[in-house]
Each structure stands twice: as C-alpha cells, then as structure tokens.
Design a protein around this ligand. Structure first.
Ligand code: OAD
Length: 242
C-alpha cells in the first residue's frame, strides 16, 4: 500500500529530493557504518576511526583504513538502486540527489550533480589547511603535504566536522523546496543530514523512507517502505511506467 502511495506521490511531484546513506551501497558490497568490520579491521570501530581525533592520534592507522576502503570501493559497481535513481531523474520534473556516501557510485551509475554531503573518498586534503596536495607521494605509510609537511587526509567529512558550505546550502535549499523527500538506506542518526527530512516535512513535502529496518525517520515518514533499495527502487520505477 505504501509502495503505491509513494509511486503516486512521485508521479505528481514537481521536485523530488533524495537523500541516500550507506544502505544504498550495501548491495554493491560496501559495508555500512553500523556493521561490524571483518577480517583485517575487525578490532576497530569505524565510528571511531572516522574522526579527526583518531587521525591526530594515529595518522598511519587511519590512512591505512582509508586505503583499504578505497581499494574495496574501487572494486564495487553500482547496484539496481543506483541505476533506478538515474532513471527516476528522467521521469520526474526535477530531482536533487544528496548522498552521505563517499564512494562515488551514484556518479558511476550516471547520476548528475550529486551533492556529496560527506565529501569524497578518493580526494586528498592537507590536515593543516588548504594546500595543493596533488604532488604528494601517496605510496608511503603516512603521506605528508609537499608544502607544509602536515599529514595528508582523505577528503571526507569526519564526525564532529562541518559539512562543506556548498553542500550544506544546496542540500538545505532542495530539502526546503521539494514536494517529495526520499530517504534511502540511512539510519538517520547522523546530523545534520538526519535533519533534512524534517526540514522537507516542515515545508509540506511527503516523506518516503526505504530501508529494511526501522529508523528514527520511520515513524514520522508518510510512507515507510520496508526493503532493500536495490529491490524497492526498481519496483517504484516500474510503477511509474519507466
Ligand atoms: P549507517 O551505516 O548509519 O546506516 C545504514 C542504513 O542502511 C541502516 O539503517 C540499514 O538498515 C540500512 N540498509 C542496510 N542495507 C540496506 C539496503 N540494501 N537498502 C537500503 N537500506 C539498507 O549509514 P548512514 O545513515 O549513511 O558519516 O550513516 C551516516 C553517516 O555516518 C555516514 O555518511 C558516515 C557515517 O559515519 C561520516 O563519515 C561523517
């Protein structure tokens, strides 16, 4: 029932705003943040490695973890959910895609103008400032900035860090303007991303959630659809005649 109601809302929508989280990449083999790590990294908590404090304490360890994630992600391919969002953008008047994922899989599937709320896994930055780090030697255990000597870090947003201004502005604008807000594969536990659906709802949008498990957004959502994004999104698309 919620599936049909969500399809009807999408059909009538002027502007659809989509927020994806780690669950959208789960079917591509990229582990979510709430899953325990296995193998080499089973002793570590991803929620603790993804902080500036962890990097300050042990830059080599955190860099190594990100190198492992880069390798894992570079072998991953977009799944049916990623492709369904590309098709959905062609089906509705306007679609803004905001992702908390840093893996680039939406872009690889063909989505344009993706708002990367938490940055990009494959970019590098100087831990001390805005130096150009393109000439850094990344083959060493703990790469350093060729200009100031500080450590090189991945271009992602860590816990406790601010969202890049351009992403924050564009995402808030879209959430405030849309008439349907689709929350896909996110635990809705990490702020400020978790506040986007509330912002949309406060501005009169219908909120649709797609997740196999209940989250903080399930109860307030108008239409909560239980299931995997790689299964549900293609179904929704089919109901829209795409
Ligand atoms: P989480 O790892 O917190 O949550 C993943 C969500 O995906 C859970 O609610 C799962 O139930 C759901 N899920 C799992 N498999 C799914 C599937 N096949 N289809 C749909 N949903 C599925 O990930 P996020 O909510 O993205 O931030 O976490 C937000 C942020 O916390 C991340 O961007 C990252 C992390 O720490 C930073 O690094 C700053």
């Amino acid at each position: 029932m919620n599936l049909q109601a969500a399809a009807d809302a999408l059909q009538a929508a002027r502007h659809v705003c989509v927020l994806t989280g780690a669950g959208a990449s789960a079917e591509s083999g990229v582990p979510t943040f709430r899953e325990a790590l296995t193998g080499l990294w089973e002793q570590h908590d991803p929620l603790e490695l993804a902080t500036p404090e962890a990097f300050q304490r042990d830059p080599e360890l955190v860099w190594k973890w990100y190198c492992w994630r880069r390798e894992l992600v570079s072998k991953a391919s977009p799944n049916a959910g990623h492709y369904a969002l590309v098709a959905l953008a062609q089906k509705v008047g306007m679609l803004t895609l905001i992702t908390q994922n840093v893996d680039g899989l939406h872009q690889l599937a063909g989505s344009d103008s993706v708002i990367e709320y938490h940055g990009n896994l494959f970019e590098n930055r100087c831990f001390a400032g805005n130096c150009d780090v393109s000439a850094a030697d990344l083959s060493v255990a703990s790469p350093t900035c060729p200009h100031c000597g500080a450590c090189i870090r991945p271009g992602v947003v860590w816990f406790g860090e601010a969202i890049p201004d351009h992403a924050m502005e564009a995402a808030s604008l879209a959430a405030g303007d849309c008439d349907v807000f689709l929350s896909i594969g996110t635990s809705s536990m990490v702020w400020p991303a978790a506040g986007l659906s509330e912002m949309a709802q406060a501005n009169g949008a219908s909120v649709v959630e797609i997740n196999p498990d209940a989250t903080a957004s399930t109860r307030p959502a108008h239409y909560a659809i239980t299931g995997k994004s790689g299964v549900i999104l293609p179904k929704l698309l089919a109901m829209l005649g795409a």
